[in-house]
Design a protein around this ligand. Structure first.
Ligand code: PLP
Length: 367
C-alpha cells in the first residue's frame, strides 16, 4: 500500500515554468514583469529590524491590509493577505470543495486549478471557451460549489466584461472566484462585484503588476463574512514579516506602479503588432503576455510536430524561453511574456530567422 492517499498517488503534480540558471537568457516563459520593483520595496526590506524577524509576523498583515483596502475602496476587513495568489486558490479549494462539491472553470486556463482539485479530491467540471474566449453560458448551469474565472484569462490573455461576471455571480448558487492575477495590465477590474455579491471573491497578485514574483504575495478581496470563513483555513502566519513590509511599500507607491504598467502595455502593443506582422495570430491581450499561433498553412511540420513546438525548440537553442504546452486545443500556440524592448527585439529577430529558414524535409528512405 502506498503511503499516499489514492488521489495523490494517482495525480500528476503541477509543472512550474522552466527557471533557467544562466543569466544570459531571454526569459519570456513565466509572465514575470521585466522591470524591477519600486525602490520603496528595497528600502522597506533594508529597514527591517532584527526584532521583526525574532517575533512571529502579524497574522493578518495589517500594514498591507490597510494600504490595499484604501487602494481598492473597501475597509481592511474586506482584505486577506496570501502567500501569492496560489495560496488563496488552495484555501478556496479547501474551504468550498470536496467529493460532493465540484469546481468548475472555463478551459483552457491556469493549469494549477485541476492540480488543486486533484489534491482536494473534488470533481472537476471543465467548460470549453469558444474560439473568441467568450464566457461559456453553460458555466452558470453546472451547479459547482466553486466557479473560477481567470480574468484576464491565462494563457489566452483575453478578458470578459464585469457585467457578464455579475450575471454569472447572480445565477450560481456557489462561490465565484475571479482570478485577477493579471488585471493590473487590463483597462478594468471587477472590484465592484464584491460589493454587490456575497458569493464573489477576487484574487490579486503582486507577482506581475508589482514585479514581485520572488516575494510571494497576493490578496483576496471579498465581503467580511466571506473573509472570516476563509481565515479558518489560512495558515496562521502565511505571509512573513519581510513580505508584509515590502508588499505594503509596493502597493503604496502608486506613481511607480502606474509607470511600470504603462511601459509593459506599450511594449505589449509593439510586440503584438510586430508578431502579427510576422503572420502570428494573436487575440487582443489584457495581460503581460500574448498568446500566439504561428503562421502556417498547415498546422503540422513535415516531422508531424505542431509548428509551435518546432519554433519553441529553435528558440530554446538560442537561449530564448517562451511557454509551450503539448495539450489538446493549444498544442499549436506559444505564450510569450512581454519583456523589455531589448528582450522583445531579440525574440523578434530570432523568430524572423526561424520563419525565414526553409523547413527540413524528412525523406522516407527508399523514396
Ligand atoms: C492565472 C494565475 N492566477 C494566479 C497566479 C498566482 O500568482 P502568484 O501565486 O505568483 O501570486 C498565477 C501565476 O502565474 C496565474 O497565472
Amino acid at each position: 500500500m502506498s503511503y499516499f492517499r489514492d488521489n495523490i498517488e494517482k495525480m500528476t503534480g503541477y509543472t512550474p515554468g522552466f527557471q533557467p540558471n544562466q543569466v544570459e537568457v531571454v526569459k519570456l516563459n513565466t509572465n514575470e514583469n521585466p522591470y524591477p520593483p519600486s525602490p520603496e520595496v528595497l528600502k522597506a526590506i533594508a529597514e527591517i529590524k532584527p526584532e521583526q524577524l525574532r517575533r512571529y509576523p502579524d497574522p493578518m498583515g495589517n500594514a498591507f491590509r490597510e494600504a490595499a483596502a484604501q487602494i481598492n475602496g473597501v475597509e481592511p476587513d474586506w482584505i486577506m493577505c496570501c502567500n501569492g495568489g496560489d495560496d488563496l486558490l488552495r484555501m478556496a479549494f479547501t474551504a468550498f470543495c470536496d467529493r460532493k462539491r465540484p469546481v468548475a472553470y472555463p478551459v483552457p486556463t491556469y493549469s494549477l486549478y485541476p492540480v488543486l482539485a486533484n489534491i482536494q479530491n473534488c470533481k472537476v467540471i471543465e467548460v470549453g471557451f469558444d474560439k473568441e474566449f467568450n464566457l461559456p453560458a453553460r458555466l452558470a448551469r453546472v451547479r459547482a460549489a466553486l466557479t473560477i474565472v481567470c480574468n484576464p484569462n491565462a494563457p489566452s490573455g483575453t478578458i470578459v466584461k464585469a457585467d457578464e461576471l455579475a450575471e454569472l455571480a447572480a445565477e450560481i448558487k456557489g462561490v465565484l472566484l475571479i482570478d485577477e492575477a493579471y488585471v493590473d495590465f487590463a483597462e478594468r477590474n471587477c472590484t465592484e462585484l464584491v460589493k454587490q455579491f456575497d458569493n464573489v471573491i477576487i484574487l490579486r497578485s503582486l507577482s506581475k503588476g508589482y514585479s514581485l514574483a520572488g516575494l510571494r504575495f497576493g490578496y483576496a478581496i471579498a465581503k467580511p463574512e466571506m473573509i472570516k470563513g476563509l481565515l479558518k483555513v489560512k495558515d496562521s502566519y502565511n505571509v512573513d514579516a519581510i513580505a508584509i513590509a515590502a508588499a505594503a511599500a509596493a502597493i503604496k507607491d502608486r506613481e511607480y506602479f502606474k509607470q511600470n504598467i504603462e511601459k509593459v502595455k506599450q511594449e505589449r502593443g509593439r510586440l503584438t503588432e510586430q508578431l502579427r506582422g510576422l503572420g502570428f495570430e494573436i487575440p487582443e491581450s489584457s495581460s503581460n503576455f500574448v498568446f500566439a499561433e504561428p503562421p502556417s498553412a498547415t498546422r503540422s511540420t513535415s516531422s508531424g510536430q505542431p509548428r509551435a513546438k518546432e519554433i519553441f525548440d529553435k528558440l530554446v537553442q538560442r537561449n530564448i524561453y517562451v511557454r509551450y504546452w503539448d495539450l489538446p486545443g493549444i498544442e499549436n500556440k506559444l505564450r510569450i511574456s512581454v519583456g523589455t524592448k531589448e528582450q522583445n527585439d531579440t525574440l523578434l529577430s530570432a523568430l524572423k530567422e526561424i520563419l525565414d529558414t526553409p523547413r527540413e524535409i524528412h525523406r522516407i528512405s527508399g523514396t
